[in-house]
Design a protein. Sequence first.
Length: 76
Amino acid sequence: MHYHYLTIEQREILERIIRKQYAAPAQLQAELARLHQPDYGVCIECGADIGFLRLEADPAALHCQACARLPVARPA
């Protein structure tokens, strides 16, 4: 489980960023809820931790830096 790799201070920073970025109440609540999920900050592609600097730049990031650079597969 990756939940504890972010410090309390890092989570507080991310929460402040999320509160600034999302004005719509429903979207704000969804993003804040996601912040406290055990898999928050874990790449959905490879399962690696998403670096704090990447999350700080985009708290909604779903991919680590390596997977974000991979080309997107287009359906045939």
